[in-house]
Write a protein that binds this ligand. Sequence first.
Ligand code: ADP
Ligand code: TYD
Length: 210
Amino acid sequence: MNDRGFFISLEGIDGSGKTTLKESIIRELNLNNSVVGIREPGGTVVSEQIRDLVLDARNSGIMGKTEALLYAAARSQVVEEVIRPALNRGQIVIADRYLDSTIAYQGYGRGLDLQFLFDLNHLCTGGLYPDLTLYLDIDPLEAYRRRQGELPDRLEQEGLEFQARVRAGYLVLAASEPRIRQLDATRSQRQIHDEALRLISTCLLSRNRD
Ligand code: ADP
Ligand code: TYD
């Protein structure tokens, strides 16, 4: 738990609805709170530059470990420059992806050593974990259908089998980490938004009681 602010991350495979949910939650929470939204990789000038590099479809030669280190570098920068200061000011931070993405994608998707990735995450976040993580669960084929028409980035080009391994990783994480709450992402945007808001309110209330 953070001292003053409240930190929420959104997770799920590509096309699961994270960005849509982030925008609707921010609209609602902003009515009574000060909210900062970021995306990962990204959220700062440097982290957005790393994003361009790591997602560039021409960079097919990036090795798995290099990829993990690039995501970690982008995360380290956004934690220090944006997330920690916002939490210290008492703001709510909503991150479209955070450290679970590294475990799901580089760990379960690519097969990199999980302990190496947990250690790397700890290093690049200084041990800053979300108070609440909303995991949007959806079948990769359904998520893919939603996004037809968009140009695939480097990771999306890797296809449905990769996304299926990533999903399996998220399911393991969601079953083992109490901070992660799993939502059925096949429902309507309104239903998902309402459930997310309920979970956030419950978590905020119990935090304020402590
Ligand atoms: P992500 O950020 O996880 O990649 P997006 O929020 O960009 O996902 O959503 C991917 C696509 O699916 C977008 O076209 C979006 O409008 C659509 N979408 C998002 N949520 C839903 C939903 N609950 N039902 C149907 N389509 C959705
Ligand atoms: P993005 O377009 O933000 O995600 P989405 O397609 O869900 O809207 O692209 C970010 C990509 O980077 C996505 O494919 C997941 C991947 N990624 C990792 O592999 N590891 C990480 O640690 C992070 C933060 C992202």
